[in-house]
Design a protein around this ligand. Structure first.
Ligand code: K1U
Ligand code: ZN
Length: 168
């Protein structure tokens, strides 16, 4: 297994749109294992392949405190999105140290493949729904900070550029 390098905002590679996975093979299973290890080490509760500069539709999520409930989504598609728009505090491993409130629909139904290439569907609400939408945004080249005001985005960009020059 290997730890992967997470790209940091405003790296332009985070804006790339991920392509569908053509075959769930050993290369993809290794990517999933490495992404999971990278997410647990960060630590985080989700990671999209785009964040490690692999522009294919793969994401991992684990909301458990014991790091033993890994969910793998390959080629995820939103089937239904609904409920009220609810605010939730979000963070992002590509924007370290920044947390802010984003409003998203409270429920999503998704279809995806797992690491064995088997199709499944899942209905999610609460933090899982937030996390799925956040990670699927990454695959579309979109970051949660883009939901914030232009003023906040400019401040975050300045802070990130300073951090890259003078790491703590
Ligand atoms: O996509 C990412 O960069 C991962 C991100 C996922 C996420 C968090 C909160 C709301 C929506 C999506 C993170 O994991 S940020 C870190 C974080 O939330 C966390 C870290 C350690 C323990 C618990 C949470
Ligand atoms: Zn993120």
């Amino acid at each position: 297994m290997a730890l992967l390098t997470i790209l940091h905002y405003p790296d332009p590679r985070l804006k790339k749109v991920a392509k569908p996975v053509l075959a769930v093979d050993d290369r993809i299973r290794r990517l999933v294992r490495d992404m999971a290890e990278t997410m647990y080490e960060a630590p985080g509760i989700g990671l999209a392949a785009s964040q490690v500069d692999v522009h294919e539709q793969v994401l991992v999520i684990d909301l458990s405190e014991t790091c033993d409930d890994l969910r793998v989504f390959i080629n995820p598609r939103i089937l239904e999105i609904g409920g009220a728009l609810l605010p939730h505090e979000e963070g992002c491993l590509s924007v370290p140290g920044v947390y802010d409130r984003v409003e998203r629909p409270e429920r999503v139904r998704v279809a995806a493949l797992n690491e064995r290439g088997e199709a499944f569907e899942l209905e999610a609400e609460g933090l899982l729904a937030v996390c799925i939408q956040h990670e699927m945004d990454h695959l579309r080249g979109r970051l949660f900070v883009e939901y914030l005001s232009q003023l906040k985005q400019n401040r975050i960009k300045t802070r990130m550029r300073k951090l890259e020059r003078e790491p703590v």
